[in-house]
Design a protein around this ligand. Structure first.
Ligand code: BES
Ligand code: ZN
Length: 934
């Protein structure tokens, strides 16, 4: 362990202590760092932080003081807390009896405190302050620290962001991002989610700027003409939710029915793009206050678009920060999907104000209690407030994403140990978000909407301003402990009465433990035997097969409590059966023709139909597909193709199953089927298998009618717009002549207008991609990219630029991404993934990642979403053993970093899955296509 011992520098304190009166600082030579764990000791608890910051946006640095009120529970000489990259210049300590002598915000040294030795342990991002006088258990103390740091280049802590005005001026701002472990980069603190405290924050700034923080502000003018913004004392909260910004942004505001002032901030010239977000935020905040029946506790909520932002958005309490594309909506250039995205992100972050901010997981191992809920609440709240967006139709995509990860051996349980910052950062993945949301969806269906809602309200009330574990959620949902009173209190008997699985014992904990503590997704195989349905469950793995020698060990010990549902042709009702054993059976009746298990995919499990099961369903879809709901049709398509990947179902069965799509009119199943065909096309195109690639253009013929029905406009429902956008993009990508011609015509119009024409937003990306294939088109697009003030527009252009077949142009883009001027660093990970999706850029992107690996890790953090996106984005299309070896060799060469990451395992599993897919299915695909085309 690297321990660096440094003495505090009393001479740099704002009021140097008088050497004759002051005790000299204690030498640190004899002291060694007193704490060896990653987590802080639990016996010193912060109660209240008084934080004063003075950033200098010209010098790009800041100084600060923090006075922390501490409750000491055991006698000790040490205070250990977090700090990373900060210069701590003074540390002093005062006990409770002298506290009244300290001033309100800062701290006066006139009270003759000790100037204390400060030790650092950079590997653990910790600092220890030694007090020669014992700090006594049961007492309160005030720790006072002076510190300073740079306003860094990256995306963590208190960092610098910039934007350019249309007149070419570059302006700086300073903003924060702390979750999960970067509050310690901005100020010394107890940076763990269970150390909740109150915060009194003050910021000094020039008149030209505005300062924002979690709470409302009162401003005073200081003697030197500076402004000091004093923010009201916060509610009790975790350090990762603290935020502050100093900028010169403009805002729009409105007030909710309950009196919360909501404001949306953006760079001055982007102010016109803030209106949609304001309306959506007010509506959604009002929805949540009703749904949770708990008032939003702060008087204001700000939503700010930060020009340099690594994540999509961050739920800081009362001061939510966003990437510009996640908040700003430009009616001229934003597409139907952009509108859905902005609404969902706002819904997500506002849900966190309850799930996460009011009630926080005890530790990061259960981050799903924040993120799984926030993801699921996106669907519930947007469905209620913007029903026309029909977002609930797309919940299946969230579940499919979860299954994609969970059906690989490298997956993990929803609740998993995480200790180091890298491990903690990596917890923000599809398992926490998407599997979390899908498991909650299953639970809501199991309990009924009403029992689910009152259960989560009970959970939020019980653990307000404190922390919770999984068990607390299950207890609240089952109402194990009578706690709250009034309209939201159900007794367990009442809960059981509302229960759909009548007569079953309500043991939520054992049921939910099988979903949250166990890795993987189950596959239920159903076999008709007379009037019975035989059921068998096992772990679904795409890379393993029952004939593999390792199969028994891979299946060892897996068992889920599955709330099984099914529908048959003999009634419209939903049948329910809790399956808690490996094999089971249910009586369906002799007269039943077809059975569809997992109704509307409300359960997190796949289904395989043995015997003639699949044939019956194929026939049903052919004869009368509307006998099943669109969700069920989508689910069947998904299950069939997943089973073919696992080698459990022959590919021609899955292809026959989607034969009915020619008469399908619903967007969701159409896109699901189309998605698989497109994925096959991409894999064979990349592997240079010309006959199959050529024949797969058959997709166009297959979907000819639907394609021809599309218009090149932004008309229709969001769902119709999404379908159109996907279909036409695919058609042009596959070289469909009518599509290419139309796109070229539109692109020429755009060029002729001097790039000022607004193309239909849903079509723009496709039109630009076609135009980008010509030198002049590409250059014009790059020019427009450089000057555009709409980030959504820029994202579409970047995708088009990255679709060029010219590798020199792709190399140029990657260079621009590294420079970070024209293409911002925040967009580099998606740029790399875009280049990698292009068959001409695939190997280029992978070589680039290997070459610039350490630069990339410096820019983003090791476990960050960006690094994971880069790794998955550049390896997901590999499908040969040679490529697998190449990737393995690279990961071995960066062993020290790779071994800390789960994502490297995921990347290799993905390649393995692709290799197996080709082995298992290429022959069948080839002959199936030959048959269709003959
Ligand atoms: N709490 C997260 C932000 C975050 C992400 C912090 C990763 C630390 C690591 C925030 O609520 C979030 O989930 N943001 C998403 C966007 C959202 C729409 C799902 C993100 O940043 O991708
Ligand atoms: Zn979130």
């Amino acid at each position: 362990m690297c321990i660096c011992v440094c003495l505090s520098h009393p001479t740099q304190a704002s009021e140097p202590p008088n050497p004759t009166e002051e005790q000299p600082p204690l030498g640190t030579g004899s002291l060694s760092f007193p704490w060896s764990h990653l987590r802080l000791p639990g016996y010193i608890v912060p109660l209240h932080y008084h934080l004063l910051l003075h950033p200098n946006l010209t010098m790009l640095s800041y100084s600060g003081t923090v006075r922390i009120e501490l409750q000491v529970q055991n006698n000790t000489n040490w205070v250990v807390l977090h700090s990373k990259g900060l210069r701590i210049t003074t540390a002093t300590m005062l006990d409770q009896n002298l506290a009244h002598l300290s001033d309100k915000v800062g701290y006066s040294l006139r009270t003759k405190p000790f100037v204390l030795p400060v030790l650092h342990n950079p590997t653990h991002e910790q600092t220890a302050i030694f007090s020669p006088r014992v700090l006594s258990g049961g007492q309160k103390y005030f720790l006072f620290l002076e510190f300073g740091a740079e306003l860094g280049e990256g995306f963590y802590g208190f960092y610098r962001s910039t934007y350019r005005t249309s007149s070419g001026e570059t302006r700086n701002l300073a903003s924060t991002h702390f979750e999960p472990t970067s509050a310690r980069m901005a100020f010394p603190c107890f940076d763990e989610p269970s150390f909740k405290a109150n915060y009194s924050i003050s910021i000094r700034r020039s008149r030209a700027h505005t300062a924002l923080s979690n709470m409302p502000v009162q401003t005073v003018v200081l003697d030197d003409g500076l402004m000091e913004d004093r923010f009201a004392v916060s509610v009790r909260m975790s350090s990762y939710l603290v935020a502050f910004i100093v900028c010169d942004f403009r805002s729009v505001s409105a007030t909710t029915a309950s009196g919360v002032k909501v404001s949306v901030y953006a760079a001055p010239e982007k102010w016109q793009q803030t209106h949609y977000a304001l309306k959506a935020a007010v509506k959604l905040l009002e929805f949540y206050e009703k749904y949770f029946n708990i008032k939003y506790p702060l008087p204001k909520q700000d939503l700010v678009a930060i020009p340099d932002f690594q994540a999509g958005a961050m739920e800081n309490w009362g001061l939510i920060t966003f990437r510009e594309t996640s908040l700003l909506f430009d009616p001229a250039t934003s597409s139907g999907s952009d509108r859905v995205w902005v609404t969902m992100v706002i819904a997500h972050e506002l849900a966190h104000q309850w799930f996460g901010n009011l009630v926080t997981m005890q530790w990061w191992n259960d981050i799903w209690l924040n993120e799984g809920f926030a993801r699921y609440m996106e669907y519930i709240s947007v469905n209620a407030t913007y029903p026309k967006l029909r977002v609930e139709d797309y919940l299946v995509d969230t579940c499919f994403a979860a299954i994609g990860r969970d059906s690989l051996n490298s997956s993990r349980p929803i609740s998993s140990a995480a200790e180091s910052p890298t491990q903690i950062e990596e917890m923000f993945d599809t398992v926490s978000y998407d599997k979390g949301a899908c498991v909650l969806h299953m639970l809501r269906h199991y309990l009924t909407d009403q029992v689910f809602q009152s259960g989560i309200v009970r959970y939020l009330r019980r653990y307000s301003y404190s922390n919770a574990h999984n068990q607390d959620l299950w207890d609240s949902l089952a109402n194990e402990e009578e706690f709250s009173s009034g309209e939201h209190c159900y007794s367990s008997r009442q809960a059981a009465k509302n229960y759909l699985y009548a007569g079953e014992h309500l043991d939520l904990t054992s049921m939910m433990n099988t979903w949250t503590l166990q890795t993987g997704v189950p596959l239920v195989t159903v076999t008709r035997q007379g009037s019975h349905l035989l059921l068998k469950q096992e772990r679904f793995l795409r890379t393993a097969h029952p004939s593999d020698p390792t199969w028994p060990s891979l299946q060892q010990g897996f068992l889920w409590h599955i709330p099984l549902t099914y529908r048959t042709d003999t009634s419209t009702s939903i049948h329910r059966h809790p399956m808690t054993t490996l094999t089971d059976s249910v009586e369906v009746g002799e007269e039943v023709g077809w059975v569809k298990v997992n109704v509307d995919m409300a359960g997190y499990y796949l289904v395989h139909y043995d015997g003639s099961g699949w044939d019956d369903l194929i026939q049903l879809l052919k004869d009368n597909h509307t006998a099943l709901t669109f969700m069920d049709r989508t689910h069947l398509i998904h299950n069939a193709f997943q089973l073919t990947t696992a080698g459990r179902l022959s590919l021609d069965k899955a292809l026959d199953l989607i034969g009915y799509l020619r008469s399908e009119s619903h967007t969701v199943p159409l896109l699901e089927g189309l998605g698989y065909l497109e994925a096959f096309y991409r894999i064979v195109e990349r592997r240079d298998i010309p006959d199959v690639t050529q024949n797969l253009r058959y997709i166009l013929w297959y979907f000819r009618d639907v394609i021809d029905r599309q218009t090149w406009s932004d008309k229709g429902s969001v769902s119709e717009r999404r379908l159109r956008s996907e279909l036409l993009s695919l058609a042009c990508h596959l070289g469909d002549l009518p599509c290419l011609k139309q796109a070229q015509r539109s692109f020429t119009h755009w060029l002729d207008s001097n790039s000022t024409l607004n193309l239909p937003a849903d079509m723009a990306e496709t039109v630009y991609s076609v135009g980008a294939q010509e030198d002049t088109g590409w250059a014009s697009l790059l020019q427009t990219y450089t000057h555009s003030l709409s980030e959504t527009h820029k994202r579409k252009i970047l995708s088009a630029l990255a679709s060029s077949r010219d590798t020199n142009k792709l190399t140029r883009l990657l260079e621009l991404g590294l420079e970070g001027e024209v293409i911002r660093t925040q967009d580099l990970d998606s740029l790399i993934a875009m280049v990698a999706r292009n068959p001409k850029g695939h190997h280029l992107a992978w070589s680039y990642v290997q070459k610039y690996w350490s630069t990339l890790v410096d820019k983003f953090q090791l476990g960050s979403f960006s690094i994971r996106n880069i790794i998955i984005g550049t390896t997901a299309q590999f499908s040969s053993t040679e490529e697998l070896t190449e990737v393995r060799v690279f990961f071995e060469s960066i062993h020290e970093q790779a071994s800390q990451l789960r994502v490297t395992e995921v990347a290799m599993d993905n390649i393995q899955k692709n290799i197996l897919w080709l082995q298992r299915n290429l022959g069948t695909l080839r002959s199936w296509l030959d048959q269709q085309i003959d």
